[in-house]
Design a protein around this ligand. Structure first.
Ligand code: HEC
Ligand code: HEC
Length: 432
């Protein structure tokens, strides 16, 4: 008994120490998946990469400095959050949360997109408020609920005190530490995070056998009956499956009154001020206005950037608010024609996809996973498939097949615009 009395406090102290260590250990370390991805990978858009002329593989000192900064919690006000906290390479450079969490566990309004292939985006963020990776990197550090630094000067002062940084900045840029070069170094590192090299890339390169028949049917549906290709464009200048444009597909329509919100935004937000827009987007309910916060154009109300579709099964959950847990849920959203609102994109209409067709589309999308993430992606696809057999919150088969409108006397979600479900639909190219 006597020894026990001593054991208890020891165990408690041990647990407390383990807790403290795990709080510190939460900052992701730069493991194998953090390293620059090989330029030799299948599907690497070499000509496009060269055409940008920006720093990347050719600037190894900047890349090395950028990698160090990306994983360094000391960029945040209290040392607890790094870029990698929300963009963890082991989680496909995301955080697997619906919306991100910054210093002092403060929750933002938006889902963290992946950094993988972000170099090919025409603009950065869901609303495109940053033009380049260089501009983008400077914003989260100053956002009060992400990394919480007050001014660029504070960040520079903090880095100057860390012995390894002044010589690393000097070596990479020939200057002492400064905020613009910090943005440049991080951007150079991010430009080494191309993740193509999927079975689909090898299929396109001529190896037919890389896709099985179900995946090939999914690719046909993607281009035809599913109409996905009209926004998730794929061609030599758009290698990530995004048209780089902004569309209202109705994701936030069910929780917002857009006109009221837009009026409020016009009073509160100076659209010309990137930091003001950043705060509104990350911290307030104005976030749901999307691109409107940047342009104040009514056509942009509730529009968000078309995200790329590579590596989807390591970047869950989905949409700008992380509102959908599985790719099946995302496709159910499209299948019923999105969520109606006055600003809905003209490209969104009910699709009439059958259950096997939805499965075909999902497995095709999984074939876009990079080799580096093949194992994790397979596991997540299996998990989502299991969930999808019992839980389908977005499924509305009647609406998808145009039956609601007919049986309810044309009072379905599409009013009288729903096509007759019994017509032979010419848009079924690629369908069965
Ligand atoms: C607290 C979590 C958090 C931290 C820390 C964070 N990010 Fe993000 N990141 C996000 C969220 C959320 C978005 C989307 C915000 C939006 O679109 O309004 C985003 C967007 C981005 C994008 C745009 C990608 C795209 O497809 O548009 C890039 C690139 C990026 N972050 C890189 C970084 C870098 C570099 C750092 C460190 C300097 C960083 N992030 C720190 C959460 C975070
Ligand atoms: C009218 C343009 C448009 C069409 C058509 C379209 N998408 Fe999208 N897609 C978008 C936009 C915009 C978003 C982001 C919306 C948001 O988050 O508010 C998105 C988001 C997604 C996402 C979530 C990605 C992520 O990382 O969060 C997936 C998956 C997706 N689309 C797949 C598809 C598939 C499959 C089809 C065809 C059935 C399709 N899309 C058709 C524009 C479109």
């Amino acid at each position: 008994m006597k020894t026990r009395r001593w054991l208890y406090p020891a165990a408690l102290i041990g647990a407390a120490a383990a807790l403290a260590a795990s709080a510190r250990a939460e900052l992701p370390k730069p493991g194998a998946l953090a390293k620059p991805a090989p330029e030799t990978q299948a599907g690497f858009p070499r000509a496009l990469y060269r055409a940008t002329g920006a720093d990347g593989y050719d600037a190894p000192d900047k890349v090395a400095l950028g990698e160090k900064l990306f994983f360094d919690g000391r960029l945040s006000a209290d040392g607890t959050v790094s870029c990698a906290t929300c963009h963890d390479p082991d989680k496909g450079f995301t955080d697997h949360r619906a919306t991100s969490q910054g210093i002092k566990s403060q929750k933002g309004q938006r889902n963290a997109p992946t950094v993988l292939n972000a170099l090919y985006n025409d603009s950065q963020f869901w609303d495109g408020r940053a033009a380049h990776l260089e501009d983008q990197a400077k914003l989260p550090i100053l956002n009060p609920i992400e990394m919480g630094q007050k001014t660029p000067a504070d960040v520079v002062a903090a880095l100057e005190k860390i012995p390894e940084y002044p010589p690393a900045f000097q070596k990479a840029f020939g200057h002492p530490v400064n905020y613009d070069d910090l943005g440049r170094a991080i951007a150079a590192y991010e430009r080494t995070q191309t993740a193509t090299s999927s079975r689909f890339d090898r299929f396109l390169a001529g190896d037919e056998g890389q896709l099985n028949p179900q995946e090939k049917r999914g690719w046909a549906l993607f281009n035809g009956k599913g109409r996905c290709m009209s926004c998730h464009a794929f061609n030599p200048t758009q290698p990530t499956f995004s048209d780089n444009k902004f569309h209202n597909i109705g994701v936030s329509a069910h929780k917002q009154n857009f006109p009221d919100l837009a009026k409020k935004a016009l009073k509160l937000v100076d659209s010309g001020n990137a930091e003001a827009v950043d705060r509104a987007a990350i911290e307030t309910d104005l976030s749901e206005l999307g691109r409107f916060l940047v342009t104040t154009q009514p056509k942009d109300i509730g529009t968000f950037k078309t995200p790329g579709l590579r590596n989807l099964f390591v970047t869950q959950p989905y949409f700008h608010d992380g509102s959908q847990a599985t790719v099946w849920d995302v496709i159910d959203h499209y299948n019923k024609g999105g969520v109606q609102n006055p600003f809905l994109d003209g490209g969104i209409t009910r699709l009439g996809l059958t259950e096997p067709e939805i499965d075909d589309l999902v497995v095709f999308l999984a074939a876009l996973s990079s080799d580096r993430y093949e194992a994790a992606s397979k596991k997540e696809l299996a998990r989502q498939r299991t969930v999808s057999r019992t839980t389908r919150p977005q499924r509305d088969t009647a609406a998808a097949l145009g039956k609601t409108a007919l049986s309810a006397g044309l009072k379905g979600p599409f009013g009288d615009v729903a096509p007759n479900a019994d017509l032979k639909d010419p848009s079924r190219i690629g369908g069965r």
